[in-house]
Write a protein that binds this ligand. Structure first.
Ligand code: SF4
Length: 238
């Protein structure tokens, strides 16, 4: 299956900018951005981020406020702060042997960096890859990771897989099956997440009195160290 997959990937694989680098920092930035944000939205933001902060040391020297501002629009702002803290740890002590020791880096992200940047023989298994493995019953090689990601994103979809276009169809025991709708991502509109994002956007523009803001959202942002409140004025942490 790996050969059929790699032939397919050579023909139709997506040309994503982070696939042209083996710099672990650049790969780490892409993986953290991609954790909860779509590829198309990440591409321009990743390019801009690397232009502004091309190394972990450069990012480590930035203020949390600049990092939060630069993260605006990507969602789940805590990821930006975690990436900043990870960069500070790398700048101070180098890359740890166990990458999950870095803030914001779980087993999947660690495996992705080890594979894509360091060329290690580990397969990063996200929901897409887990799904393809379950459907095909095949244990894929680590070298197939990028191809699996594209297959999961474009062909072996969660609900209605496009088996007619799939390079693995001949050998796949799940070919032609349909699946129940997956659990929808919780709605953003009207959610507390939206209120937090709104309050943070206002504070990112300029410090504001607490009284002008959604107090509940500010308390929650303060808990995540995304804002600070001094004498009733809310600002980004400098
Ligand atoms: S044949 Fe269908 S179910 Fe099997 S891997 Fe391909 S798209 Fe997925």
């Amino acid at each position: 299956m790996d050969t059929a997959l790699s032939d397919w990937f050579a023909r139709v694989g997506r040309d994503l900018p982070w696939r042209h680098t083996r710099d672990p920092y650049a790969i780490l930035v892409s993986e953290i951005m991609l954790q909860q944000t779509q590829v198309e939205r990440v591409i321009p933001r990743w390019i801009a981020w690397l232009e502004r902060w091309p190394t972990a040391a450069a990012l480590a020297a930035a203020s949390p406020a600049d990092v939060i501002r630069a993260w605006q629009g990507l969602g789940y702002n805590r990821r930006g702060l975690a990436l900043h803290r990870a960069a500070q740890a790398i700048a101070a002590d180098g890359w740890p042997a166990d990458l999950t020791a870095l803030p914001g880096v779980g087993p999947y992200t660690a495996a992705a960096v080890r594979n894509f940047a360091l060329g290690e023989d580990v397969l990063p298994v996200d929901v897409n890859i887990e799904r393809i493995q379950a459907r095909t019953g095949h244990a894929f090689a680590a070298a197939s990771a990028q191809a699996l990601m594209d297959l999961g994103a474009t062909v072996c979809l969660a609900r209605v897989p496009r088996c007619g276009e799939c390079p693995l169809a001949e050998e796949c025991p799940s070919r032609g099956q349909r699946y129940e709708p997956a659990r929808k991502q919780s709605r953003f509109e009207g959610s507390f997440r939206q209120r937090r994002a709104g309050a943070l956007r206002l504070v990112a523009e300029a410090p504001r009195p607490m009284a002008e803001l959604d107090a509940e959202a500010v308390v929650s942002l303060e808990k995540d160290a995304l804002v600070q409140v001094v004498d009733g004025v809310v600002s980004l942490p400098e």
